[in-house]
Ligand binder design. Sequence first.
Ligand SMILES: CCCCCCCCCCCCCCCCCC(=O)SCCNC(=O)CCNC(=O)[C@H](O)C(C)(C)COP(=O)(O)OP(=O)(O)OC[C@H]1O[C@@H](n2cnc3c(N)ncnc32)[C@H](O)[C@@H]1OP(=O)(O)O
Ligand SMILES: NC(=O)C1=CN([C@@H]2O[C@H](COP(=O)(O)OP(=O)(O)OC[C@H]3O[C@@H](n4cnc5c(N)ncnc54)[C@H](OP(=O)(O)O)[C@@H]3O)[C@@H](O)[C@H]2O)C=CC1
Length: 550
Amino acid sequence: MSTELSESQDLNGLEQEENGTTRLTDICSGTVGSSMASIAEYYAGKSVLITGATGFMGKVLVEKLLRSCPEVKALYILVRPKAGQSMQQRVSDMMKCKLFDRVREDDPEFYQKIIPISSELTQPGLAISPEDVEKLGACINIVFHCAATIRFDEPLKHAVQLNVLATQQLLSLAHQMHHLEAFIHISTAYANCDRKYIDEVIYPPPVEPKKLIESLEWMDDGIVRDITPRLIGGRPNTYTYTKALAEYVVQQEQHRLNIGIIRPSIVGASWQEPFPGWIDNFNGPSGLFIAAGKGILRTMRASNDAVADFIPVDVVINLTLAAGWYTAVHRPKTALVYNCTTGGINPFHWGEVEHHVISSFKRNPLEQAFRRPNANITSNYLINQYWILVSHKFPALIYDLFLRLSGQKPQMMRIFNRLHKAISLLEYFSSQDWEWNSENMSMLMSQLTPEDRKTFNFDVRQLNWPEYIENYCIGTKKYVLNEDMSDIPAARQHLRKLRNIRYTFNTVLVVFIWRVFIARSQMARNIWYFVVSLCFKFLSYFRASSTLTN
Ligand SMILES: CCCCCCCCCCCCCCCCCC(=O)SCCNC(=O)CCNC(=O)[C@H](O)C(C)(C)COP(=O)(O)OP(=O)(O)OC[C@H]1O[C@@H](n2cnc3c(N)ncnc32)[C@H](O)[C@@H]1OP(=O)(O)O
Ligand SMILES: NC(=O)C1=CN([C@@H]2O[C@H](COP(=O)(O)OP(=O)(O)OC[C@H]3O[C@@H](n4cnc5c(N)ncnc54)[C@H](OP(=O)(O)O)[C@@H]3O)[C@@H](O)[C@H]2O)C=CC1
C-alpha cells in the first residue's frame, strides 16, 4: 500500500506539532509498519540493559521479554546487594518467583540469559566496575530505565540522587554503548500533576536540574527539609518533582540518543499476563485495597466521580517493549512521550472502585479480617473526620483495650496511625481529575502487526473493570498476603462471626443507651410504656384471631 506523506510528516511517521509535541502519525500505518520486523523479531539477538529489574515493573518486563521474545540474546540487569542478601542471592530468589512459572515451563534454562551487574545507582559511576562498563559498552542494544525511588515521603536529596542524578549517569553510560539503538525511560503520568491537562510533551522543568544538584551538595539536611515545600511548589511530593526533572534530563540527550519516555498512571496488578491479578507490593492502591479487605480501612477522602486512572502492569510493559522496538527502528529525531493512561479511553471512577473492591472482598474474604469489609469514600472533610473517629479510632481503642486486658501488646492504634499516614499521602491522587492526551499510545498501536497487537496487547478499550478489580483483589490475597484460596470458607465463617458480634454489640449498645435515657426522662418512659402496651395489644389480637380460625 502506498501512502503520500504531507510536508509536515517525515518518513518515520513522526509529526512535529506547533506546540512541540512529537506525534506518531497514523499515516504510516500499513506503510512503514507492515514492512518492518515484528517486535519479537526485532529483539532477537539483542542485548538489553534493565535498571530496577528487581522491582514490581522491572520483574514483569524481564518476564515478558523472556517469554514473548525468546530469541533475545541477554538481559543485563543492574542489581545491588540489599538487606544482607548478595546480588546473586537476590537474583536467584527473583527467578524462583511464581511470576516466572510460565517462562520456566517454556525454557527451564531461562536464567542463563539473565546477567546481573552489581550496581548501586546512588554512587558515582553507578558503582559499576570498569570491566562491566566495558562489557556493557560493547554489547548493549537497548536500555530500559525503570529504577527509581517511588516513595512519596522521600527526602529531596535522596530523591534527586536516585531519580535525577542516577538517570544522568545512566545516560552518560549509554553514550559509551557503541551499539545502542534505543533508550527507554520510565517516568510517571503524575510528573506534571501540577497541570490539569497533560500533553505528550516534556514541560519546562520547575528548576534547572544542574543548579539544584549543585545547591543540594552544600546544603545540610535540615535546610533541604525546610525549603522542600517551596521547591516542589504545586506538586504534592518529592517523587513527582524529581520525576519531572528526570524527564528534562533525558530530553537533553534527545539529539544524541534515540529516546522514548513512558508515563504510566497508577500501575496496578496484571490484567492478563502472565496471569491475571499478579501484584507483589503494597504500593499505590494495593495497600489500601488490602486494608479495606481486612476491614481496617472504613473511610477515605476521594471524589466518587473522579477518574481512577489505573493501568495494569502488563499493559505498561507491553507498551514499553513496543516503544523500544519503535524507537530503535524509526529513530525519531526527538524524544517521544507516551502517556500510558486509561482515563481518556476507558474511564473508571473512584466510586466504582470502592463498590467493586468491597463486593469482591465480600465474595473472596481475606483471612482474619478485623471487621467486615465496608469502606466509604467521601469528598467531605468533616464527614471523613467523623468516620475516622467512629470507624477507625474508636474500634482501635476498644480492641487495644481488649488486648491490654488479655495481657497482649496493643497494636491497632499503631496500625491505624500508619494507615492514616499512607492515606494522607495518597488522597491527593484520589481527590481530583487529570486529563492526559494518550494519542501516541493509540498511534503506536496502529503501527503494530495484528499478531503483535495480540502478543503485546495494550488496548485498554478491551479492559473490563469489574473483572479486573476482582482479579486484582484476589491477587493481593494470593500473591501479596500469600493466603490460600482453599481457606475462603473459613474466612467467610469468620466474617459471619464478625457480623454476629456487631449485631450483638449494637443491640447491647441500644438497650444500654435506652436504659440510661429512661432513667432520666419522663417523656422517654412514656414512649417506652406506649410501645410496650402496643406490642402487647398486637400479641393479644393475633392470639385471639388464631383461636377464632381454629
Ligand atoms: C475500598 C476503597 C478503596 C479506595 C481506594 C482508594 C485508593 C486511592 C489510592 C490512590 C493511589 C494513588 C497512587 C498514585 C500513584 C502515582 C503513580 C506513581 O507514579 S508512583 C508509584 C506509587 N508509589 C507509591 O505508591 C508509594 C507510596 N508509598 C509510600 O510512599 C510509603 O509506603 C508510605 C510513605 C505510604 C508508607 O511508608 P512507611 O510507613 O515507612 O511504610 P513502608 O512503605 O516502608 O512499609 C513498611 C513495611 O510495611 C509493609 N506494608 C506497607 N503497607 C502495608 C499494608 N497495608 N499492610 C501490611 N503491610 C504493609 C511494607 O511491605 C513494608 O514491609 P517490609 O518491606 O518492611 O517487610
Ligand atoms: N508503581 C507505580 O504505580 C508506578 C511506577 N512508575 C515508575 O515505574 C518505575 C518502576 O516502578 P516500580 O517497579 O513500581 O518500583 P519499585 O519500587 O518496585 O522498584 C524500584 C526498582 O529500583 C531499584 N532501585 C531503587 N533504588 C536503587 C539504588 N539505589 N540502586 C539500584 N537500584 C535501585 C530497586 O532495586 P531494589 O530491589 O534493590 O530496591 C527496584 O528494582 C519507576 O521509575 C516509577 O517511577 C510510574 C508510574 C506508576
